[in-house]
Design a protein around this ligand. Structure first.
Ligand SMILES: C[S@@+](CC[C@H](N)C(=O)[O-])C[C@H]1O[C@@H](n2cnc3c(N)ncnc32)[C@H](O)[C@@H]1O
Ligand SMILES: Nc1nc2[nH]cc(C(=O)O)c2c(=O)[nH]1
Ligand code: SF4
Ligand SMILES: [Mg+2]
Length: 214
């Protein structure tokens, strides 16, 4: 199996329980809920995406011929030292491409592996940290993991049902309205109000955007 990667970079995990942690990011190309083309956004199942995952033309991107090749590239992105190696597999939708061979190869390089997935495809428990971010207009099949990160507000998203799923952490992340500052502020205020009213949930901020990191 080969892997189509949009970009690969070293940063801090910006979101969720591991926010602030040094991390290699692998952003896989392609998604099953949007083509990634602006002309298709209004018809997409997921319409609020803040990410360019089209093609393999980003920094550190390309087609990797094998799991070992990609794991070795990830290790190079981390740089020297094998302590506390942490990698985030994202996209696009990483579960369209992530397989056991890649998980094994990343573990062999000493990585603790986290994934950011939309939950429409089953995620193997051999991944160390599973973050699922359900999309209201899609069917979520992955009902367990380490963190559930619901982007807010989303019309028709059944957060009450999600409280019965098997996640150790329930997080609410304000929707970035991508340039509409007033809408982003309103989304933030709605997320704060929700968490104030529903103490099982915690706020997740996109801290990399605040910090000016990738
Ligand atoms: C770009 S997605 C890639 C991984 C996967 N496709 C998913 O949706 O979980 C990474 C994370 O960013 C979140 N996200 C995407 N667009 C967002 C936005 N406009 N505001 C806040 N979070 C957003 C997603 O819900 C997900 O948790
Ligand atoms: N720093 C940083 N943290 C992130 N956490 C989740 C991200 C994603 O796009 O999946 C992301 C991202 O793009 N950058
Ligand atoms: S599922 Fe994830 S990558 Fe796909 S369009 Fe939605 S937020 Fe973007
Ligand atoms: Mg992002």
């Amino acid at each position: 199996m080969s892997y189509a990667v949009k970009e690969r970079f070293l940063t801090l995990q910006g979101e969720g329980v591991h926010a602030g942690r040094r991390a290699v990011f692998i952003r896989f190309a392609g998604c099953n809920l949007w083509s990634g083309l602006e002309r298709d956004r209004a018809q997409a199942i997921c319409q609020f995406c803040d990410t360019d995952f089209v093609g393999m033309d980003g920094d550190g991107g390309g087609r990797f011929a094998s799991a070992d090749d990609l794991a070795q590239a990830a290790a190079e992105t981390w740089g020297s030292g094998t302590e506390s190696r942490f990698i985030v597999l994202t996209g696009g939708e990483p579960m369209l491409q992530v397989d056991q061979a890649l998980i094994d190869a990343l573990h062999a390089e000493g990585f603790f592996i986290a994934i950011e997935s939309n939950g429409t495809l089953a995620v193997p428990r051999t991944i160390d940290w599973i973050c699922i971010s359900p999309k209201a207009q899609s069917e979520t099949v992955q009902h367990s993991g380490d963190e559930l990160k619901l982007v807010w507000p989303q019309d028709d998203s059944d957060w009450q049902e999600m409280e019965h799923w098997d996640f150790a952490n329930l997080l609410l992340q304000p929707m970035d309205a991508r340039g509409d500052d007033q809408a982003s502020q309103s989304n933030l205020e709605q997320a704060i109000a929700f968490v104030q009213a529903h103490p099982k949930w915690r706020l997740s901020l996109q801290t990399h955007k605040i910090l000016g990191l990738a």
